[in-house]
Ligand binder design. Structure first.
Ligand code: SAM
Length: 247
């Protein structure tokens, strides 16, 4: 089973991630962390949110994604070197890249450990991802209310941010602290734009979001964003340990 983002390519950039100025701090910090490396594989490159600023700084970035429409958006921004492919079967020879950028993709893949093994096979230096440090009361309440209707948000694999509990990152880098606005996310939750919501019946989602509006309208919650950096060798050791038990 694969989750393509074709259906949300049009709205992806304006419905995802932190506010614009934090996104800029994120890409600046990422560029700083990758200094000294040259070749980068962006796994699940999407609309090129990371590939674009990295290519602008002369990194040799290759992006891979299963969604033509997401990559179409990246092309519109001027991103090149894009391949349509599956993270579990990367079309590259061993040790092709210095760095793998892996942001918000492993949770979409049931066999996420296979994808991780593939990333380790084609990368020789580090893997980087992002992590939101603080709890997310709005999302927690959403999931709790859904359960009351016998529904659950979809999550197939482990998030990169959960990987840090299985394999210790080499480094954790502070990016920014900011206030996340509930109102903005309530609009997007109401439109079921997040992949975890796509199987929630519209009627249930509407009732849950109406309740959330009563609880969260006008509120903000403090958030902190980090970059996680793993040594590929540590991830490879983890992959050897899971052996033939990939899910
Ligand atoms: C949440 S988006 C993240 C995009 C980008 N990394 C970012 O942070 O903006 C997930 C992306 O992974 C892609 N994707 C999902 N499963 C995939 C797979 N098995 N192989 C390659 N790409 C995949 C989706 O099409 C989508 O573009």
């Amino acid at each position: 089973m694969r989750i393509s983002f074709d259906s949300v390519a049009q709205v992806y950039d304006r419905t995802r991630g932190p506010p614009g100025h934090v996104m800029k701090q994120l890409s600046d910090t990422l560029i700083g962390e990758l200094r000294g490396y040259k070749t980068v594989l962006d796994v699940g490159v999407g609309t090129g949110r990371f590939a674009k600023p990295l290519q602008a700084k002369d990194f040799e970035v290759v992006g891979v994604d299963i969604s033509r429409k997401m990559m179409g958006k990246a092309v519109e921004k001027g991103v090149d070197n894009l391949f349509r492919g599956d993270a579990c079967f990367l079309p590259f020879v061993d040790n092709s890249f210095d760095v793998a950028v892996c942001v918000h993709i492993l949770h979409l893949i049931c066999e996420w450990k296979i994808a991780l093994r593939e990333i380790c096979r084609v990368t020789q230096g580090i893997m980087v991802s992002t992590n939101y440090v603080r709890r997310d009361p709005l999302r927690e309440a959403y999931n709790r209310l859904l359960k009351g209707y016998g529904c659950e948000s979809r999550r197939l694999g482990k998030g990169e941010w959960e990987l840090k509990d299985l394999v210790k990152p080499l480094k954790t880098v502070f990016v920014a602290s900011y206030d996340a606005s509930a109102d903005r996310r309530l609009v997007f939750l109401g439109q079921r734009v997040y992949s975890s919501q796509w199987e929630i019946p519209e009627e249930v989602n509407r009732k849950v979001v109406d309740e959330l509006k009563r609880q969260f309208a006008g509120k903000v919650s403090p958030q902190e964003l980090q970059i996680l950096v793993w040594d590929i060798k540590d991830l490879k050791d983890f992959c050897v340990r899971f052996g033939n038990n990939p899910v």
